[in-house]
Design a protein around this ligand. Structure first.
Ligand SMILES: Nc1nc(=O)c2c([nH]1)NC[C@@H]1CN(c3ccc(C(=O)N[C@@H](CCC(=O)O)C(=O)O)cc3)C=[N+]21
Length: 290
C-alpha cells in the first residue's frame, strides 16, 4: 500500500496548533506576531500565493499586512520600505514575494531584510548558517518537505536522496537540510547526463523540475519515496506536479500529491517561522526552530 503524504492535513494540524498558541498569547496580553508580505506588480500566480498566505495568517490570528506596490516602484523606494519594516518593532516577519520585476536586483532586496525577520530564509546570512549546519531561518519549501517526512517517520539517516533541480529556493537548501539529517545527497539538473540512472538509485526522489508530469514510473526505484515540488497547469488547466502521479503511485512506498502536498507545507512553515520570531520578539523565551 502506498502512503499518500498528506501535506494539507499536516498543514491544517500545525496551523490549528499555532492558532491555539496565538489565542493563549492574547489571553496573556502578549503582543501578537505580525507578518508583512510585500507584493510588487500584478503577476496573477503571485497574487494567488499571497492571498493564500494572508488567509493562513488571518486564520491563525497573526497581524497580517499585505503591502501592494506598483510594478514601476524603484529599487531605492522598495529598500526604503523594507528599512521601515526592519525598524518597526511590531513586525516579526518580512517577505518580499518573488519573482521581482526585472529592474530590481534580487540580491540587494534579500540583503536588505533584517535576517531576524527573514521568514523566507533567503538572506545570505541565513543561507550561510544553513550551509555550515547551524540553521536559524529556513527556506520554507525544503523545510516543509523535511517536516512532512518526519511526520510520517520516514528515515533519512544514510538514505540516498536524489534531488532534481538546483534552485536557490528549493534544490540547494534542501541539499543542506538533507545533509544535516545525515542523508547521502545527489543534486541533478538540466545538464545532468543519464538522469534516469541517477533517479533509479534514489530512496527519496525530490522533483523540482518545472515540467508537468515529467517523472514517470521508469524513473523511480520500487519502494522509493517521491516528493513532488512541481506546480504546473496541464492542457486542461488542471494543477499538476512534476510527477505523473497515477503512473508512479503503484511502484512507490510514499508520495506527495499536487495539490495538497508540498504547497500547503510551504505556507505553514512561513507561519511557523513568523511564530518562531514572534516568540523571541514578543517577550517569551526563545524556542528551537528545528
Ligand atoms: N518570497 C517568496 N516566498 C515564497 O515562499 C514563494 C515566492 N516568493 N514566490 C512563489 C513561490 C511559490 N509558493 C507557493 C506556496 C504555496 C503553494 C500552495 O499552497 N499550493 C497549493 C495549491 C494552490 C492552488 O490551487 O493554486 C497546493 O499545492 O495544494 C504554492 C506555491 C511560494 N513561493
Amino acid at each position: 500500500m502506498t502512503v499518500i503524504l498528506d501535506g494539507k492535513a499536516l498543514a491544517n494540524k500545525m496551523q490549528a496548533n499555532l492558532a491555539n498558541e496565538v489565542a493563549d498569547w492574547k489571553s496573556k496580553g502578549y503582543r501578537i506576531p505580525k507578518l508583512v508580505v510585500i507584493l510588487i506588480g500584478e503577476d496573477s500566480a503571485s497574487k494567488v500565493y499571497v492571498k493564500n498566505k494572508e488567509k493562513s495568517a488571518q486564520k491563525i490570528g497573526f497581524h497580517s499586512v499585505v503591502r501592494r506596490l506598483d510594478e514601476a516602484v524603484s529599487e531605492a523606494e522598495l529598500l526604503d520600505i523594507i528599512a521601515e519594516y526592519n525598524q518597526d518593532e511590531t513586525v516579526d516577519g518580512i517577505l518580499v514575494q518573488l519573482p521581482l520585476p526585472k529592474h530590481i536586483d534580487e540580491e540587494n532586496v534579500l540583503l536588505a531584510i533584517d535576517p531576524k525577520k527573514d521568514v523566507d530564509g533567503f538572506h545570505p546570512l541565513n543561507v550561510g548558517k544553513l550551509f555550515v549546519g547551524d540553521p536559524d531561518m529556513h527556506p520554507c519549501t525544503p523545510f516543509g518537505i523535511i517536516t512532512l517526512l518526519k511526520e510520517y517517520n520516514i528515515e533519512l539517516v544514510g538514505k540516498k536522496v536524489v534531488i532534481i533541480g538546483r534552485s536557490n529556493i528549493v534544490g540547494k537548501p534542501l541539499m543542506h537540510m538533507m545533509l544535516n539529517e545525515d542523508a547521502t545527497v545527489t543534486i541533478t539538473h538540466s545538464k545532468t547526463k543519464n538522469l534516469k540512472e541517477e533517479t533509479l538509485t534514489a530512496d527519496v526522489l525530490v522533483a523540482a523540475i518545472g515540467q508537468a508530469e515529467f517523472i514517470t514510473s521508469d524513473y523511480v526505484k520500487e519502494g522509493a519515496v517521491v516528493i513532488d515540488v512541481g506546480m504546473n497547469r496541464n492542457s486542461d488547466g488542471k494543477l499538476v506536479g512534476d510527477v505523473d502521479f497515477e503512473d508512479v503511485l503503484p511502484k512507490v512506498s510514499a508520495i506527495t500529491p499536487v495539490p495538497g502536498g508540498v504547497g500547503p507545507m510551504t505556507i505553514t512553515m512561513l507561519m511557523e517561522q513568523t511564530m518562531y520570531q514572534g516568540r523571541k520578539h514578543c517577550g517569551e523565551e526563545s524556542h528551537d526552530n528545528k
